[in-house]
Design a protein around this ligand. Structure first.
Ligand SMILES: [Zn+2]
Length: 308
């Protein structure tokens, strides 16, 4: 399947929300698996992939940096601290919501949605959403019946977690996963992926012609949205995007009243499961065994938030 491009810096917009810039009060979170297993075939679901990259050698920073309090070279999230987020240059929010409605319908065809654990997910998820950098979006949380541990999000505020993940995660850990998924929506990762695809013009045009914003949209888009979901096209993200969602998530947690340490223990649980039975995590997670790095980055951010 095709994979996304990395995000790099955000198109700045004067109307975008403020970034969680350097020098604020954050915390960071988790990384979980975004996976969900298709009922019919075995689709690889996006898993809580990890994202951290290990570029800058840590020791170098000590040598080359002046004795500043925060060595830039050590900051795994330096690319994201001043990012501003908006729909500028992408689908506008109204069309994003329409697209989300259509994509959600495809998800309901492929997966078994359940009410089990939905109240808990909704309660924790809405707290994270309100504390995020995109609090104005209407978020909708969904639970998928699956033995695989997974979570993913779609444009328009739709966030999915599996029953297996709900069983695995305690309150703070679930918050870390949900805040990470909200982070993907804040950063418009799927919209950026879509924008770069060949189908973008077609989809944008058809969304513009649809009248109903939500609920029952009279007709399906004449494009393969179902195939997109099946291939994980909009739910599989690049490592940079995962890192950005981790960053946004961990910063959101304390603002939402959760302990950001939950992101670390969530990663540790995933690491353990990967060692014991990686089939529970789906292929993506096993392809990106960098939970250790995500844990390190999360620790870094938590320490940084405590200092400020
Ligand atoms: Zn993710």
């Amino acid at each position: 399947m095709t994979i996304l491009f990395s995000t790099g810096s955000e198109p700045g917009s004067p109307r975008g929300q403020p970034a969680w810039g350097g020098g604020s009060d954050w915390v960071s979170i988790h990384g979980a698996v975004e996976l969900v297993r298709p009922i019919t075939r075995s689709l690889p679901l996006p898993v809580l992939t990890s994202s951290l990259r290990s570029s800058a050698p840590r020791n170098d920073s000590l040598r080359s940096q002046p004795l500043s309090t925060d060595a830039q070279f050590d900051d795994p999230y330096s690319d994201f601290r001043n990012a501003r987020y908006s729909n500028a240059g992408l689908l506008n929010e109204r069309d994003e919501i329409k697209l989300g409605t259509q994509l959600h319908r495809e998800v309901t065809k492929k997966f078994n949605l359940t009410d089990a654990g939905l109240d808990r997910t909704e309660r924790i998820g809405q707290r994270c959403a309100k504390a995020s950098l995109r609090p104005g979006m209407l978020y909708k949380f969904h639970v998928i019946q699956s033995r695989q541990i997974n979570a993913f999000s779609l444009p328009g505020g739709h966030i999915y977690v599996t029953t297996a993940l709900l069983r695995l995660a305690n309150e703070n850990e679930l918050a870390s996963v949900l805040a990470h998924e909200v982070g993907h929506i804040v950063a418009r990762h799927s919209l950026k992926t879509l924008k770069a695809s060949q189908e973008y013009d077609d989809i944008a045009k058809q969304l513009g012609e649809l009248t109903g914003v939500a609920g029952d949209v009279a007709r399906d888009l004449g494009v393969g949205l179902g195939r997109m979901i099946g291939a994980g096209f909009l739910t599989v993200h690049s490592r940079d995007e995962e890192r950005e969602a981790d960053f946004l998530g961990v910063r959101t947690m304390p603002r939402a009243g959760f302990d950001p340490q939950g992101m670390i223990t969530m990663f540790q649980k995933l690491q353990r499961i990967e060692a014991e039975d990686s089939s529970l995590l789906g292929s993506l997670f096993s392809d990106h065994p960098d939970a250790g790095e995500r844990i390190e980055n999360t620790r870094y951010e938590i320490a940084r938030m405590k200092r400020r």
